[in-house]
Unconditional design. Structure first.
Length: 452
């Protein structure tokens, strides 16, 4: 309060914003019918109740780019409580950043109240910052102008009013969209300090849209990458999913590494890529290429698989070290290495148990896939994680690991009928003769050929 008063007395303008550019429907090409009917319903209802409400963010941006929006975000001057009261199917979520989710079956419309700068806060519990300037609470409400400059990138700050078809542009977003650039609104360094996740968002949009970051948006990232350690691991896990599951993981990985951010998310992996063999690079690159391909084909991608792949090179390095330096038996070394690699990873990004367990199963099955004698191959086929483990095996081979045609064998085994399967197992050799190769394979399986 005192701050505000002092500012007013010193004659400093509180909000020296120029009016928006108003682009009529005839000039931007967006049509109301392109937006989600549910998002339009939410806006209608807010406007009928006397509030202003707009579509904003990715929905507007992606439609202007003739793309398919992932979701539709609504911005309004109604507070979260006022919004919630208008809808039966609404709930307020978040503490750091309170928003309202209005649910229509499987679709959720996110409704955000216009935000303002923190010096306009009257209540300290709405605005809280850490010693590095990070926003711990960002619930100071304002008007549409202040909201526009609190958004991250200019292309994300275009407001569409479905009631008259106008597009409101406070930040030169339309020009940046046409120039195909990602431009941070305001002073990039200050905005990254407020929320380091914006660095990941800059990379994500740049990769996904094929836009270049402007120099001023890109330059501070490497310098500020270490701020990522202040972001809660659970939030970073969510961001990793958005980065890796948007169909542009390959470019995203390159950009993350170029700007020093991959290390903040996967320190063990980054170290293996820098110091390790070429195999590591091929392996991780192939993993993201496969992920992008699966997404293009509308196939499921589980975070467990991505984490299993990213952590495989550091896991192998740790196993090798324990086996060679400490002469530890393989199975024990594997357990010990897993613990080390996982605990380092969990200090950076969370990995919920529902993914952690399958990730470890994918790894454990790599030891079992070579052992196919007797009924073992049949039993493995029934394992709930077999398919992911088989894909992982193929990935290892694709990256250049020599596994004596194990991938091909499993491909044929899956395609074969019962009789052929029996024969394939028989062809592996008699149990007596198998014992030796079994021991050999146990020893060599988890160790990739090239050592860092
Ligand atoms: P997509 O939904 O396709 O991933 P989006 O741009 O809609 O992209 P959301 O995370 O849905 O991204 O956020 C909606 C909008 O909210 C953004 O477009 C941006 O205007 C604003 N926004 C989101 N996160 C931040 C942030 N960390 N800092 C500032 N503004 C943000
Ligand atoms: Mg969105």
């Amino acid at each position: 309060m005192l701050n505000r008063l002092l500012k007013l007395l010193s004659g400093k303008p509180q909000n020296k914003m120029s009016p928006p550019k108003i682009i009529p429907a005839s000039n931007h090409g967006l049509r109301k019918a392109q937006f989600s009917p549910n998002a339009l319903k939410v806006i209608d209802k807010l406007q009928e109740a006397g509030f202003s409400a707009f579509l904003v963010g990715g929905g507007v941006r992606d439609l202007l780019l003739k793309g398919q929006p992932k979701d539709f975000d609504v911005a309004t001057n109604a507070t979260p409580e006022e919004t919630r009261k208008l809808f039966r199917n609404a709930m307020i979520i978040g503490r750091r950043f309170r928003i309202v989710h209005v649910r229509f079956g499987r679709e959720i419309i996110e409704v955000t109240t216009f935000r303002a700068h923190h010096d306009q806060s009257v209540d300290p519990k709405d605005a809280e910052q850490s010693h590095t300037g990070m926003l711990l609470r960002d619930n100071v409400y304002g008007d549409i102008q202040s909201d526009a400059v609190r958004r991250d990138f200019s292309v994300n700050a275009l407001y569409y009013d479905p009631s008259n078809g106008n597009l409101l542009d406070y930040t030169n977003g339309l020009e940046d969209l046409n120039r195909r650039v990602i431009q941070m609104i305001g002073d990039p360094e200050a905005r990254y300090r407020e929320d380091p996740v914006r660095m990941l968002r800059a990379i994500r949009f740049s990769a996904k849209l094929g836009f270049a970051m402007t120099d001023s948006t890109a330059e501070p990232i490497k310098r500020l990458a270490s701020l990522m350690s202040h972001v809660p691991p659970a939030r970073l896990f969510e961001e990793v999913l958005k980065l890796m599951l948007n169909g542009s993981a390959t470019v995203t990985l390159e950009l993350l590494r170029e700007h020093g951010l991959f290390e903040a998310l996967f320190p063990g992996t980054e170290q293996s890529l820098q110091k390790g063999s070429e195999f590591n690079m091929r392996f991780v690159t192939q993993a993201v290429l496969n992920t992008d391909k699966r997404i293009r084909q509308d196939k499921k991608v589980t975070p467990a698989f991505i984490y299993a792949a990213f952590l495989w090179p550091p896991l192998q390095a740790a196993i090798r070290k324990l086996v060679h330096d400490s002469k530890m038996p393989l199975v024990e070394a594997m357990q010990r290495a897993e613990q080390g690699v996982i605990s380092q990873q969990l200090s950076c990004t969370a990995l919920p148990k529902r993914f952690l367990i399958p990730m470890r199963e994918i790894w454990a099955l790599q030891l079992r896939l070579p052992r196919r004698e007797g009924r073992k191959a049949f039993a493995l086929l029934e394992h709930p994680r077999f398919r992911a483990a088989y894909d992982f095996l193929l990935l290892r081979e694709q990256a250049g690991e020599q596994l004596d045609g194990l991938g091909v064998w499993w491909t044929q085994f899956q395609d074969a009928n019962e009789e052929m399967r029996e024969q394939m197992v028989k062809d592996l050799g008699s149990p007596q003769r198998q014992r030796r190769p079994r021991r050999r394979s146990t020893k060599s399986t988890p160790t990739p050929p090239a050592t860092p």
